[in-house]
Write a protein that binds this ligand. Structure first.
Ligand code: PGA
Length: 228
């Protein structure tokens, strides 16, 4: 497979980033009420979720798959399950059994995606080390959903959400890069000039497993949005 340098659309500010991606999700859900979405957590999508809640869309036939979860108690305030409930699920009419999080055995999570006929739209963020979901540098481009050890950089980056760096889980379950790449459409959201360098490397540099997000150069339906 070849590579194509990806165009990055530069947006005015965080509000415009949130509205733009909310528009894409709204369009997807309205055009295809049975859509299957892959959804991110972290700081970047917070404004997008806020906007989606405001729009009062009909989520009753939508199925969601979260990209990753920490290996931790799901009732912990920093679990991604709690994040999704607080920011989206409890504030829409999505059916609880339509929202899926990676679980063990991870093959069964992959089966759930396959049984639902695959992901239509996958929304991603990028880590400062180039990770996609929790696929850290060195992850195989063919990787599937699996348990992973988080890199020191990721633990450090995410420690802002916890009382102390020691409280950050060391392991997670993440969708694989192979899984993500099977999505029909991918949107990458990037917020902040601290991500500019890695974004540039991922979008314009060599496609290499050392920069997981560089794999997006091999997908033929990707939109990349950046604001500083
Ligand atoms: P962030 O995380 O949105 O909190 O910066 C992005 C990521 O690590 O994928």
């Amino acid at each position: 497979m070849g590579r194509s340098i990806l165009e990055v659309k530069i947006l005015k500010d965080y509000n415009e980033l949130s509205l733009t991606v909310a528009d894409i999700i709204e369009f997807q859900i309205k055009e295809h009420p049975l859509s299957k979405l892959a959804l991110p957590t972290g700081d970047t999508p917070l404004g997008m979720y806020k906007e989606l809640v405001k729009r009062e869309l009909d989520w009753k036939s939508v199925i969601t798959f979260n990209l990753d979860v920490y290996l931790m108690n799901v009732d912990h305030p920093q679990s991604y399950q709690m994040y999704m409930r607080g920011n989206l699920f409890d504030r829409t009419n999505i059916f609880p059994d339509h929202s899926h999080f990676p679980f063990r055995p991870t093959e069964a999570f992959e089966d759930k995606i396959s049984e639902s006929m695959g992901i239509d739209l996958c929304i991603l963020g990028i880590g400062t080390n180039g990770h996609l979901a929790f696929n850290e540098p060195g992850s195989s481009f063919d990787s599937r959903t699996r348990v992973v050890d988080l890199f020191e950089q990721t633990i450090k980056d995410n420690s802002r959400f916890f009382d102390s760096i020691d409280d950050v889980p060391k392991q997670a379950i993440t969708m694989g890069l192979g899984t993500i790449m099977e999505s029909k459409k991918i949107v990458l959201m990037v917020n902040g000039d601290h991500k500019l360098n890695i974004l540039n490397v991922a979008m314009n540099g060599e496609v290499t497993e050392y920069v997981p997000a560089s794999i997006l150069q091999r997908h033929d339906n990707v939109e990349v949005f950046y604001c500083d």
